[in-house]
Write a protein that binds this ligand. Sequence first.
Ligand SMILES: NC(=O)C1=CN([C@@H]2O[C@H](COP(=O)(O)OP(=O)(O)OC[C@H]3O[C@@H](n4cnc5c(N)ncnc54)[C@H](OP(=O)(O)O)[C@@H]3O)[C@@H](O)[C@H]2O)C=CC1
Ligand SMILES: O=C1O[C@H](COP(=O)(O)O)[C@@H](O)[C@H](O)[C@H]1O
Length: 506
Amino acid sequence: MPNQNTKPRSNCLIVIFGASGDLTKRKLIPALYSLWDTNQLPANFAILGIARTAYSDEKYRDELYEFSEGSYDKAKWGEFSKHLYYHAGDSTAEADWGDIKGYMCDLAKKHDLGDNRIFYLSVGPQFFEPIITNIGKAELVTEGRRFCSLSDDVPWQRIVVEKPFGSDPASAVKLNQTLAAVFDEESIYRIDHYLGKELVQNLLVVRFANSLFEPLWNREYIDHVQITATETVGVEGRGAYYDSPAGGAMRDMIQSHLLQVLSFMAMEPPVAFEADDIRTEKNKIFKALRIPKYDDVPQIAVRGQYGQGQIGGEPVIGYRDEKGVDEESQTDTFAALQLYIDTWRWGGVPFYLRSGKAMAEKKTEIVIYFKPTPHCLFKEQTKKLKANQIIINVHPNEGIRLRFEGKVPGLGMNIKDVVMDFDYIKQWQVKPSDGYAILLNDVLRGDQMLFKHRDEIEISWNAVQPVLDYWKDNPQDDLPNYNAGTWGPSAADIMMARDNRYWHNY
Ligand SMILES: NC(=O)C1=CN([C@@H]2O[C@H](COP(=O)(O)OP(=O)(O)OC[C@H]3O[C@@H](n4cnc5c(N)ncnc54)[C@H](OP(=O)(O)O)[C@@H]3O)[C@@H](O)[C@H]2O)C=CC1
Ligand SMILES: O=C1O[C@H](COP(=O)(O)O)[C@@H](O)[C@H](O)[C@H]1O
């Protein structure tokens, strides 16, 4: 993996809370291993996993190795895992912090790490605040140095906070306050793994390293934008979380990942390619998002929930039959939302966001639909002409496709749409990263560019809250309203048809 971040990294202890969980095993440890394998970790480092399940260091290392099902080279894993430790404890209980702190200090001495620490909150959101508070009480954030976290001479402590970041505007503000009581904003890394995806970052390069696209990137030429993240998987054993008041597609995907993608798609050119400048421009987009009116919700938002169906020829149970899900659940496993950004550039251009589980295909894409030409020379073909499109395939088939009209070979002037194709894997001969290695590399080097600022989180909740309120107040009696393995409820197509548009499904 190329190193795109050239800031120096210093020796440090990486502490993962929730070390026995899915995210740690599936994403964090593989990302740290790949950084180590490509010499991107500091000369001295140790990783300390903390959770309540009892493991010895050896057992923990073996468990992670087995979990990887052969993804790690055995000899290399042996070397890497010498840096990997485990401590069984309840990090939400103040009483356990004497031991936790002692263990951290011993490891720091053993590996000569000084006081540099990264705390990674890979636990359920209900545990974020108690753990942050306990870190503060244990005096693990160096007093008087909170505002010097980027200096090489002074120890630093950084915290990585997973999603969901709150479940509404008030809880997001409260979490930000708890964080601010212990860490300065420069030390807080609110992670969104979509910003670590190659094709999402590529948006900035496409827009700001080329003169070809940016002149068209506005209301004069763009008719509308669609941002889609659909999955074939259902809730996969996360029924209890997904069906809680903090769950559902609007919160789980749209409020977080898709709004972040939208901000990269829509922001103004930053003054410089620096974290502060990028975050300033993103923040302006969040400020300019038109807050939907409560009474308009049925026109601008669609809620869906999957019933039983088939995916890839296999039968799939309905959402309400999943473990941990209420049999009369109103949770949205599909959500679609029309938004406007009230700025000079985007006035009148609708942005359609949608996400769903148990759908026909796993795909994440941004599709930009252009307006028709001001005058049509090919009169008899007018009805057949398709809108020009830029399709950014974030996953799968990573790449960028430009769809435009071309002449069909032969006699006469027949016109058909054709595609110009930048295929990421063919071009670079590498598989794109899932985002975690890129983002962890940034945390190690103190680069916040791809992390969410306090302000944008608080504002972005406001854009979806009226929809969540409306849905809570108005149960929908047609749920489940789409079969697993389809493109979601017909109401989503009707919402588009009302605007004379259709979803980009194939
Ligand atoms: N899994 C994923 O792909 C993604 C997850 N996330 C987010 O990451 C976070 C973790 O998710 P995930 O790994 O899936 O969750 P899991 O339920 O798989 O793991 C949760 C972890 O928290 C630990 N834990 C629970 N209670 C305590 C406690 N009181 N003290 C210390 N540790 C505790 C559990 O260990 P034990 O029981 O041993 O204490 C376990 O290690 C969540 O916030 C989730 O939203 C975000 C994006 C993707
Ligand atoms: O954060 C989350 O993302 C995943 C989808 O991530 P992707 O990288 O596979 O597109 C989603 O399944 C999960 O519900 C959500 O919490």
